[in-house]
Design a protein around this ligand. Structure first.
Ligand code: 4NP
Length: 165
């Protein structure tokens, strides 16, 4: 049964959030917990709607065994605040815009993704769009840490609830 509906959000939905969606899916599959999740990604902007992820993001993810080639970019909507339990912002600018867009009472659903990787010391997954391949690899390093941290937190909450039921 789906317990958590997660939306990963960046600016264009062709680099960071598609990689986060793919990495989280892979990590949850590895841990045998994928059945708990509905996972999607979206962008604050509308420039790339309908496009597949940037080829550099596809290649960087592929080199870590994550296939994101089938994804298609879309823009965040206000309906997403009802359809999802957590909206995970890749950087501070995405976070600020999401909290502004959030309907009343739904702001608590918006989190910074790297809050789940405090040991990295980073708050933002830097936008790799205007740089080279190393920026995509660095983004993936941060994304992998936060994906594991987020999964551990949600799986822990799930276990506690089951024990108390
Ligand atoms: P993303 O990267 O937010 O990680 O998908 C970007 C992609 C496209 C643009 C900006 C950031 N853009 O301005 O088109």
């Amino acid at each position: 049964m789906v317990r958590y509906r997660l939306l990963f959000v960046c600016l264009g939905n062709i680099c960071r959030s598609p990689m986060a969606e793919g990495v989280f899916r892979r990590v949850a599959e590895e841990e045998g917990l994928i059945h708990l999740f509905e996972i999607d990604s979206a962008g604050m902007g509308d420039w790339h709607i309908g496009q597949a992820p940037d080829t550099r993001a596809q290649e960087a993810a592929h080199s870590r065994g994550v296939d994101i080639s089938g994804q298609s970019a879309r823009q965040v909507t206000r309906g997403d605040f009802h359809a999802f339990d957590l909206l995970l912002a890749m950087d501070g600018s995405n976070y600020a815009e999401l909290t502004e867009l959030a309907p009343k009472g739904a702001r608590h659903k918006v989190r910074r993704f790297l809050d789940y990787a405090p040991h990295t010391g980073a708050k933002d997954v830097p936008d790799p769009f205007y740089g080279g391949r190393d920026g995509f690899d660095h983004a993936l390093d941060l994304i992998e840490e936060a994906a594991r941290g987020l999964l551990a937190e949600l799986a822990g909450a799930e276990k506690r609830e089951k024990r108390e039921a």
